[in-house]
Design a binder for this molecule. Structure first.
Ligand SMILES: [Zn+2]
Length: 424
């Protein structure tokens, strides 16, 4: 017995098939057609709904092991499913850090037991993310890690990063970098500039991000490793990525919805939910991010979903931890501000949230075709809701988008042929 998704509109890979049925049997898409017989199968009525390949988020923090009060693999993957994500790649700044094969295996086991999405561990570049001793990259890959990152921190030493890239290249592992030169970012808590001066808060200049991206582009050219730049926030960084791509280097970039939609002059200093790293930057930076996203310099959307407890985020702006949640609102925000406004088509957005991440990181999913894994997201593009963190399935409620209206919400998510979220 399987599922028949009936009378939906399939989108993705530049196609739009209206009024079609999708038959799912076992964990695979078996057939796409008109009037598929649903006898013996569970019928999912998709009239007036869109069927997209499940979204893939290459940047989330699931906080397990070590910070289960912020999020767990169970709660975080539930939030992923609610946001239409069928695959999430989780960052290694756990406690202990995901810097050895046992922890990689633990995450995969937890996800198999309690997960609502495919969970792909990203392992640390250096032991304890301390920036000194390199991790055992072949062993991490063997255990199931899909990439390497010290996210939360940049790798400060160029010699360490170069060696990591040499080994990563050999084992076909992407370096997924958090670019931050700590000698330049210091103790800043928001973007350095007029807004920070007005608020009297210490700033983080965008050169702290750009300097490390420049270094790592040089190293990517020398080593041939795939360099993926996380959460790009600044015009200066985009210019560097554009340069690298122009030279044909294996460099890719991601952008988070908050950097496409928010700026530093909007920050409420009494609300630490606005605190994120890299910080919200200027209007000029935001415009550069939008342009780079539209022209493909920034390849994919990633949420940098970073849940924290209410208590932690109630601390003053200078003391609260960095981060915002994003899994449950990424698609509605992107649909509302990019598709509804005519900046990009729905197909293009689905490409950036599903198909392209699958291609860039050689993952399964990202397309709806017979024989492919049944990773699907059903969307109601007419539904409008006010963003209410109290309704989130994530333990994290920290988002500055609370109270904003957004249109286009996932109503059903299926991972590997199993319904992981159903809001119908
Ligand atoms: Zn980061």
């Amino acid at each position: 017995m399987g599922y028949v998704l009936k009378h939906g509109t399939i989108i993705g890979e530049n196609t739009r098939l209206e009024q079609v049925d999708v038959l799912v049997e076992g964990n695979r898409i078996k057939q796409i057609g008109i009037d598929i017989d649903s006898t013996g199968h569970t019928l999912i009525d998709c009239t007036n709904l869109f069927i997209s390949p499940g979204f893939i988020d290459m940047h989330v923090h699931l906080r397990e092991p070590g910070f289960e009060y912020k999020e767990t693999i169970e709660s975080g993957s539930k939030a992923a499913a609610a946001g239409g994500f069928t695959t999430v790649a989780c960052m290694p700044n756990t406690r202990p850090a995901t810097d050895n094969a046992d922890i990689v295996r633990f995450i995969i086991e937890q996800a198999n037991k309690h997960g609502y999405a495919r969970v792909l561990p990203i392992a640390a570049i250096t032991a304890g993310q301390k920036g000194e001793e390199l991790t055992d990259i072949p062993a991490l890959k063997e255990a199931g890690a899909v990439g390497l990152s010290d996210d939360g921190r940049g790798v400060q030493r160029a010699d360490r990063m170069k060696r990591a890239m040499e080994i990563a290249k050999q084992y076909d592992m992407p370096l997924i970098i958090h670019a931050e030169d700590e000698t330049l970012s210091g103790k800043g808590c928001m973007n350095a500039g007029e807004a920070a001066e007005r608020l009297g808060l210490p700033g983080i200049p965008d050169d702290a991000e750009a300097v490390m991206v420049a270094r790592d582009i040089v190293l990517a050219e020398v080593t041939g490793a795939h360099l993926h730049v996380c959460h790009v926030s600044a015009k200066s960084v985009i210019e560097l990525i554009r340069y690298a791509k122009g030279r044909g280097l294996p460099v890719t970039g991601e952008v988070a919805p908050h950097h496409l939609l928010l700026t530093d002059d909007q920050i409420d200093p009494d609300n630490s939910d606005w605190k994120v790293n890299p910080p919200l930057r200027t209007k000029r930076d935001r415009e550069a991010c939008i342009e780079a996203f539209l022209d493909g310099t920034l390849d994919i959307v990633a949420t940098d979903h970073a849940p924290h407890s209410v208590e932690e985020k109630q601390k003053p702006f200078t003391e609260a931890p960095f981060g915002m949640v994003g899994l449950e609102i990424a698609f509605p925000l992107m649909y509302t501000h990019f598709v509804k406004t005519g900046r990009m088509t729905l197909n293009e957005l689905v490409d950036r949230m599903a198909t392209r991440p699958a291609k860039l990181f050689k993952l399964q999913g990202g397309r709806i075709q017979p024989g492919e894994p049944a990773d699907l997201t059903v969307l109601d593009l007419h539904a409008t809701k006010v963003i209410d963190p109290a309704s989130f399935l994530s333990k994290g409620k920290n988002t500055p988008f609370a109270g904003q209206k957004a249109q286009g919400w996932p109503v059903l998510t299926m991972v590997d042929g199993v319904v992981s979220f159903d809001a119908r």
